[in-house]
Design a protein around this ligand. Structure first.
Ligand SMILES: [Cu+2]
Length: 397
């Protein structure tokens, strides 16, 4: 690492994170994974991209783990622009930490005017041994720019813990969460931005006349992102925590008001002695959600303790309707990973529009490996692949 320490890492194309993949909305993306020498086998999961199930990269569900000397080609259309990432979903808690992750950015085919001229920077955080790295570096990131220019900063949390970001030196907007644009996002000043494990937040920052802008996280203080030129700004302390509950503005003709869910489902995230649980059970004891294609599901997700639980659903984008019983008042919020903190309860809405067998799990991958992982299965769909020590497919270990 560039702090002089040596770690035993696993890499894509010789580096961790792997190459940043930048594609354009509508592109057919074809990626061939060759496993040179990862003995337990490896896969690639496209976190946040609603690929067909066969391309989701889940060992034992959508494919067998790719063994040394073997290969697997992923093919999907990058239909929705946004900030996403990829990581192995064979023994994910081990392999992502070892380095098998990277960014994938889907650029819009026709970017809107203010964004098309912005400097576009992705900032992927990961933890190796106990060191947090930013785009593979232990030293932080410098983004040059002149006053008045705009920077689009794509923050991606590839660690297992929530990261709280501060922005010093200029007001800013959160323009997207988990790749999905927010509607009329307002200017924030001094707010802390909580990014759960697996989540992505896109910030838009206009560089000021007088100083640099510094973006940093509490958990990676030595890794500042410095934007622009001039002196370092003063640190703001104790800014209020950003909340999407009343951020931005609602859509005028929001179709959601007309939609009634077909079914309500409750998921309680918690823990008992040695395991992390959903509705009091762990792993294979958790009954899957079984859905019909086209079904509209209202899922309430409650955090009963045991830490932050960023709940990630594969293959689907869900809409957050309420937090602690209070309906969202601002922009619609579409996510694939919902950060939940103790005693919070959210309602999310989704249309079962992507048939397959999909994982739903905590993206603190340590929690997933301790049992907080379940399935959303479409009726009538089966898989020839098997999870277990016999097949060697262990997606969450
Ligand atoms: Cu968790």
């Amino acid at each position: 690492m560039d702090n002089g320490k040596t770690v035993d890492a696993w890499t894509f194309n010789g580096s961790s994170p792997g190459p940043e993949l930048r594609v354009t909305e509508g592109d057919l993306v074809v990626v061939t994974l060759h496993n040179k020498d990862i003995e337990d086998g490896v896969t690639v999961h496209w976190h946040g991209i609603n690929v067909p199930c066969s391309q989701d990269g889940i060992a034992g569900v959508t494919q067998d783990a790719v063994q040394p000397g073997e290969q697997f080609t992923y093919t999907f259309v990058a239909s929705a622009p946004g900030t996403y990432w990829y990581h192995s979903h064979q023994m994910s808690s081990i392999q992502a930490k070892k380095g098998l992750l990277g960014s994938i950015i889907v650029e819009p085919r026709e970017p809107s005017a203010p964004l098309s001229s912005a400097t576009d920077v992705s900032a992927l955080y990961q933890r190796m041994d106990s060191t947090v790295l930013l785009n593979g570096s232990a030293k932080g990131l410098n983004v040059p720019g002149k006053a008045g220019e705009q920077v689009r900063l794509r923050l991606t949390n590839g660690d297992n813990e929530t990261m709280n970001f501060s922005v010093d030196g200029a007001p800013f907007q959160v323009i997207a969460m988990d790749g999905h644009d927010l509607h009329e996002p307002g200017l924030l000043d001094g707010d802390m931005i909580p990014v759960g494990a697996g989540q992505r937040f896109d910030l838009l920052i206009r560089l000021p006349e007088s100083s640099k802008v510094v973006v940093r996280s509490e958990s990676a203080k030595s890794l500042p992102i410095m934007l622009g030129s001039g002196n370092e700004p003063e640190r703001t302390e104790g800014g209020k925590m950003f909340s999407f509950i009343d951020y931005g503005t609602p859509l005028k003709d929001d179709p959601l008001r007309m939609l009634k869910p077909d079914r309500n489902i409750e998921l309680r995230l918690g823990q008992s002695l040695f395991v992390k649980t959903i509705n009091g059970r762990s792993f294979h004891e958790i009954p899957p959600i079984t859905a019909k294609e086209g079904e509209r599901l209202l899922i309430s997700i409650a955090n009963d303790g045991g830490g932050d639980h960023p709940f990630h659903l594969h293959g689907h984008t869900f809409r957050v309707l309420s937090k602690n019983g209070i309906p969202l008042k601002g922009s619609p919020v579409f996510l694939d990973t919902l950060l939940t903190k103790k005693d919070e309860i959210y309602e999310v809405y989704l249309v079962a529009d992507n048939p397959g067998l999909w994982m739903a799990h905590c993206h603190n991958l340590g929690h997933a490996s301790m049992g907080m992982s379940m399935m959303l299965n479409y009726e009538g769909i089966t898989t020839p692949y098997r999870v277990g020590t016999k097949s060697g497919n262990l997606p969450d270990l």
